[in-house]
Design a binder for this molecule. Structure first.
Ligand code: F6R
Length: 607
């Protein structure tokens, strides 16, 4: 999704903006641009393509010189990626950058056109720039308040007014925006990594709050022009955490960070060997009576919910429905008082997940958010909140955020089962201790299975299509394995319940087709292996991910990846790792942009 930055201070503004935009590249973009006050006049430079193209253009056309300005990386929604559709967009007196979607831009455009306003781009953003310009009466604050009163949809805006060359203005509704606070310099940004080189202190803007920044300070107003006092936040990680640290890609670095992320997430929530989520607003009393649980999320986060369903249903015996957020919000779900709706989101800003959360609340359900990004909208709006402590996840393909989403689903599942009296304290301690041991086991997988995964990837790179199969928890996990592989390798892949293959899909199997089978559950082993044999005997090239202590006939597979054994319920925490490695190396070998796969954005803040 689009990235916004802004700077008012003493440094070379163009340099700061480009650096900050580089730190937002992970969000995905197809064009970029900046606007800087150069000798009191706004100078815009923008270009389709990557930041390198913008930098080259800046060198060709003369780099804007100044200390105040705004910048943007665009992920096209209205109008193709092109120089003219790139941000910033301007009216005569106003220049803006925008993240989000203005739903009523057509009506506004018609209105402005009837007032002889001319447009040069196809974007909804230019309509906002022209509307601001239309209402501009010499007072930026009044102008912004009047303009946003007419906007429907989501936006985070960075705004500069030609008459106020010392200041930048920022306002948001739905789309994220922070205000970074330095000494003699201040910033705006869509996300914290953009400003970490300069400061770790920031404010979170709330809906319809307007920030006015200069080198001298920051003032934040509400929509009635009242000054708002905000709590200053401090990022608990520094720039190094958002750097590659010697790894070739963020994705492989983040895969290796998983043991630490699990420790950070789980350890503080264990007391006397048992889960303790009371700092998250969760007690036995307030969770034991839910009739139904819904887990609502998108993509990888939804897959974490799939594993959570098996865990909660098995241990706590409460029915769990897992929903894709974009489906849940429009399917008139039967949810209400007495139900719990769990929203899982790394970014905490995913538009569909946020809408699902609001819908669940409006229907009277209690909501629990499992979120990685501190202070994000989903985190702030849910009734109960468990933060995952993965740290910043930069690679678009989620790995460490997924593993800690799983870890939290386990912790919550254990606590719920205990609260409901479905498991004994002793069993709960056993499970919690096994969860605490997973980081060490993951370390050993990363050591022992790396080369094998690399080799297996060499066998996958020419495939047109492949299947992931498994049963039970292994099926839930293989959904994530399949998504990981397809999103970064661009090889078509599907996950299938192994027992369902013969009801149609097995006809796809032809000699050489890769099938990645996951078999970690002792009770289902025999059945999964018989499905594996069925595809193998039809020519499939089978990669089996299984427990090192399982004895399986060597003729049943072509390659075997062994993972250590732990409690059966927790096996997905371990089996996820070789899947991530295989996806990563396949993408690398195919020469893809691993961290920024085509067409994808890290944070999906539009429907
Ligand atoms: C895939 C991936 C996505 C996200 C999905 C939800 O690797 O990362 O499928 O899981 O877009 O995003 P969040 O968790 O931010 O709500």
């Amino acid at each position: 999704m689009c990235g916004i930055v802004g700077y008012a201070g003493f440094r070379d503004c163009s340099e700061v903006l480009i650096h900050a935009l580089t730190k937002l590249e992970y969000r995905g973009y197809d064009s970029a641009g900046i606007a800087v006050f150069d000798n009191g006049k706004i100078k815009v430079c923008k270009s389709q393509g990557k930041l390198e193209m913008l930098k080259a253009k800046m060198e060709r056309e003369g780099r804007p010189q100044g200390h105040v300005g705004i910048g943007h990386t665009r992920w096209a929604t209205h109008g193709e990626p092109s120089d003219v559709n790139s941000h910033p967009h301007s009216g005569a007196k106003v220049t803006i950058v925008h993240n989000g979607i203005i739903e009523n831009y057509r009506e506004l455009k018609e209105f402005l056109s009837s007032k002889q306003v001319k447009f040069v781009s196809e974007t909804d953003t230019e309509v906002v720039a022209q509307l601001l310009n239309y209402y501009y009466d010499g007072n930026p604050l009044d102008t912004i308040i009047k303009t946003i009163g007419e906007l429907e949809g989501s936006f985070a805006l960075g705004i500069v007014f030609e008459d106020f060359p010392e200041q930048i203005y920022a306002v948001r509704r739905e789309s994220p925006l922070i205000v970074g606070v330095g000494k003699g310099e201040n910033y705006i940004a869509s996300d914290v990594p953009a400003i970490l080189k300069y400061t770790r202190d920031y404010y979170l803007l709330d809906h319809d709050e307007i920030a006015v920044l200069s080198s001298e300070g920051v003032t934040i107003y509400d929509e009635h022009k009242e000054v708002v006092t905000k709590q200053l936040m401090t990022a608990d990680w520094d720039e190094d955490a958002a750097e590659k640290g010697g790894y070739e890609h963020f994705m492989i670095k983040e895969i290796h960070e998983q043991p630490n992320s699990i420790n950070m997430t789980v350890k503080p929530r264990v007391e006397d060997g048992l889960p303790n989520l009371s700092e998250c607003g969760i007690t036995h009393e307030n969770i034991k009576n839910f009739k139904n649980i819904f887990v609502v999320a998108c993509g990888t986060a939804m897959h974490a919910g799939m594993v959570g369903k098996y865990v909660i249903e098995n241990l706590a015996r409460i029915p769990v429905t897992v929903d894709i957020a974009s489906e849940f919000r429009y399917r008139n779900p039967i949810v209400g008082k007495g139900d719990l709706v769990i929203i899982i989101s790394q970014s905490g800003e995913t538009a569909d997940s946020l809408a699902a959360l609001r819908l669940a609340k409006s229907l009277g359900a209690k909501t629990l958010a499992i979120v990685n990004a501190k202070g994000s909208t989903i985190a702030r709006e849910a009734d109960m909140l468990i933060y995952t402590h993965a740290g910043p996840e930069i690679a678009v393909a989620s790995t460490k955020a997924y593993i800690v989403q799983l870890a939290v689903m386990y912790l919550f599942g254990f606590e719920l089962a205990l609260a409901k009296g479905r498991i004994t304290e002793e069993k709960c301690r056993e499970l919690t201790s096994a969860l605490l041991d997973t980081p060490e086991l993951i370390e050993s997988i990363l050591k022992n299975d790396l080369e094998k995964s690399q080799y297996i990837s060499t066998q996958l790179i020419t495939a047109d299509s492949l299947l992931y199969i498994g049963r039970g928890l292994d099926y839930a996990l293989s959904m994530e394995g399949s998504l990981k592989l397809k999103e970064i390798s661009y090889i078509h892949s599907e996950s299938y319940a192994a027992g369902e293959l013969k009801h149609g899909t097995i006809s796809l199997i032809e000699p050489g087709m890769p099938v990645i089978a996951v078999a970690t559950q002792p009770e289902l082993l025999e059945k999964t292996v018989s499905n594996v044999v069925e595809v193998k005997s039809r020519g499939a090239m089978v990669v089996l991910i299984t427990r090192e202590d399982f004895k399986i006939d060597e003729n049943a597979y072509d390659y075997r990846i062994d993972i250590p054994a732990t409690d059966d319920t927790l096996m997905p925490m371990l089996a996820a790792i070789p899947m991530q490695l295989v996806a990563y190396y396949t993408s690398v070998l195919r020469g893809n942009d691993v961290d920024k796969p085509r067409n994808l954005a890290k944070s999906v803040t539009v429907e």
